[in-house]
Design a protein around this ligand. Structure first.
Ligand code: GTP
Ligand code: MG
Length: 199
């Protein structure tokens, strides 16, 4: 099944922003959540997959997305843009609020089918990245790991970076790993195929 046959990926819009459970959409459409460090490229990933320039707001300033943003895709599935973690200039109480919001969504949301966990392909994963992966594993939430900004490293180094990242995560074989760039659209087909496979 190709994505073209299943859904019109260009028919997408922001549905709502939610701070807690009471604001989540009340239906049973499948959801795909995007998690990752602030500035890693979550919103860019959404825009690339939906073929839109600025549907999900991107910024060079980290820490911008403060709520869970739900995007409706052709009335068949939703992307949920989760605020980034690991941004230093955030107060302790803000961080705690953030943690509660993410945890509530990831742990209680029946609609959630898979988490796309984004990491920066240029660097070793941070402690926050590893903690997020272990959290997802603990709750048995399927993970698609997406290594972003592949355009910033030479193709000849991709394999080495992939091994390094997988090793740091103690990566499980039945999780997916995709090399991605929102600049070149590297990984676009694989990302859609994998997401649809998980629904
Ligand atoms: P928060 O919402 O703050 O958590 O950030 P985010 O994860 O949504 O990141 P965002 O998509 O806003 O991207 C952050 C910056 O990285 C922007 O300047 C993007 O243009 C840039 N960026 C994202 N993906 C890529 C990529 O694949 N390649 C390159 N070269 N730049 C990228
Ligand atoms: Mg964002």
């Amino acid at each position: 099944m190709t994505d073209e046959q299943f859904l019109n990926t260009h028919n997408a819009s922001i549905l709502l922003s939610a701070a807690n459970k009471s604001h989540y959409p009340k239906d049973d459409l499948p959801e795909v959540a995007l998690a990752g460090r602030s500035n890693v490229g979550k919103s860019s990933f959404i825009n690339t997959l939906l073929g839109r320039k600025n549907l999900a707001r991107t910024s060079s300033k980290p820490g911008k997305t403060q709520l869970l943003n739900f995007y409706n895709i052709d009335d068949k599935l939703r992307f949920v843009d989760v605020p980034g973690y690991g941004y230093a200039k955030v107060s302790k109480s803000e961080r705690a609020k953030w943690g509660k919001m993410i945890e509530e969504y990831l742990v209680t949301r029946d609609n959630l089918r898979v988490v796309v966990s984004l990491v920066d392909m240029r660097h070793a994963p941070t402690a926050d990245d590893i903690q997020m992966y272990e959290f997802l594993k603990y709750y048995e939430i399927p993970v698609i790991m997406v290594a972003t900004k592949a355009d910033k490293i030479p193709r000849g180094k991709w394999n080495k970076q992939e091994s390094l990242i997988k090793k740091a995560f103690n990566f499980e074989h039945d999780d997916y790993f995709i090399v991605f760039s929102s600049q070149t659209r590297q990984g676009y087909d694989q990302a859609w195929d994998t997401i649809l496979e998980c629904l």
